[in-house]
Design a protein around this ligand. Structure first.
Ligand SMILES: *[C@@H]1O[C@H](CO)[C@@H](O)[C@H](O)[C@H]1NC(C)=O
Ligand SMILES: *[C@@H]1O[C@H](CO)[C@@H](O)[C@H](O)[C@H]1NC(C)=O
Ligand SMILES: *[C@@H]1O[C@H](CO)[C@@H](O)[C@H](O)[C@H]1NC(C)=O
Ligand SMILES: *[C@@H]1O[C@H](CO)[C@@H](O)[C@H](O)[C@H]1NC(C)=O
Length: 305
């Protein structure tokens, strides 16, 4: 082999090992695979990938990225719901969002949980059952929230901020679908009902890929946005988080074990309907895109069921 060809070959091997945009997908043979998404040129949105290198083994344990390339027919959530044992979510983590909702800046991270049945793929509809629809004088106040999502790789208990990233597999984008009617109007006193307002089935789309910490060494510099029916409604940077990724992982591990596959939604920036003078609440047929730089987009349609 010619020496330059040899080095090009070596470089391609190294790249193959480095490039880790973990996806789970159905291929044209109707089978399900884990893979390392191959980005088409000109985009870093893994939702646009049409091919992936097949990964054998467990992305939360030992795995190998093979040279076998499969077509992506449909992207699934990066992990099956039941492998995500805990969905943690942070409330009030961006100053401008706290401001727009008239709250005060918290001294410690505000935590709530969603059941894992809330998880959804990066493209399927977000179902809205009758109890969450407008009825009589009860208005269905459905809102969008784009969030950076942390995926835990290694068990973490009582770890420091400095140790936190060793326990992280990577990052993805998530949609913390929020219903202000059940969160606040029907649960605002004595305190908001985060779980009733945010925990319904399919109300946590995530994906399109888990982008590894080697590709994103610093999660606090990423553009994050939401578009509703193609119009930008949120557009900020993860630099604006009050509590960053390292501190959230360490803080939540103080007395609670974080397990491989657990995810942490890290709070939303400003621009939500709740903070608007003239909110346009989401309704049947609205298309919501949440996006994160270097990761990609989830695009889901609100669907009354
Ligand atoms: C807080 O809200 C007020 C009024 O809505 C606005 O004028 C101000 O710029 C906001 N500050 C921040 C940091 O977002
Ligand atoms: C809304 O309707 C319910 C049941 O019809 C009624 O009990 C309640 O008082 C109404 N609330 C308001 C604010 O009108
Ligand atoms: C938590 O970590 C601190 C610092 O490493 C250590 O002093 C403490 O004993 C640990 N606590 C538990 C319950 O493991
Ligand atoms: C967000 O704002 C930046 C800077 O103004 C702009 O370049 C970018 O296109 C905006 N993103 C979206 C999704 O509107």
């Amino acid at each position: 082999m010619h020496i330059t060809v040899f080095f090009a070959f070596l470089a391609s091997l190294l790249l193959a090992v480095e490039a880790q945009r973990f996806v789970r997908f159905i291929s044209t043979d109707k089978r399900e695979y884990y893979g390392d998404a191959i980005l088409p040129s000109g985009t870093k949105d893994a939702a646009k990938s049409t091919r992936a290198r097949v990964i054998r083994g467990d992305i939360l344990g030992d795995f190998t990225i093979t040279r076998e390339v499969k077509a992506i027919k449909k992207l699934l959530a990066p992990l099956p719901n039941e492998r995500v044992r805990t969905v943690r979510c942070v409330g009030l983590n961006y100053v401008a969002h706290i401001n727009e909702t008239g709250q005060v800046i918290p001294q410690w991270p505000i935590l709530f949980f969603k059941p894992w049945t809330a998880l959804n793929t990066p493209s399927d509809p977000i179902p809205v059952t009758e109890g969450y629809q407008t009825q009589g004088n009860f208005t269905s106040k459905m809102d969008y929230e784009t969030e950076l999502v942390i995926v835990i790789k290694k068990k973490a208990f009582n770890i420091s901020d400095e140790e936190a990233l060793d326990h992280v597999l990577g990052y993805t984008v998530g949609h913390d679908v929020s219903h202000r009617g059940w969160q606040i109007d029907r649960g605002g006193l004595p305190q908001p009902q985060f779980s009733m307002g945010k925990g319904a089935d399919g109300w946590a789309p995530w994906g399109p890929a888990i982008v590894s910490t080697s590709i994103i060494p610093d999660p606090q510099v990423l553009n994050i946005w939401t578009k509703v029916n193609g119009v930008t409604q949120q557009n900020s940077s993860t630099a604006n988080m009050i509590f960053g990724v390292k501190h959230l992982v360490s803080f939540f591990s103080m007395g609670t074990t974080l397990l491989p596959g657990d995810v942490i939604f890290t709070g939303t920036p400003s621009g939500v309907n709740l903070g608007k003078v003239d909110p346009v609440w989401l309704t049947d047929g609205d298309v919501v895109e949440v996006g994160l730089e270097n990761v990609g987009t989830c695009t889901n349609t609100i669907k009354y069921t």
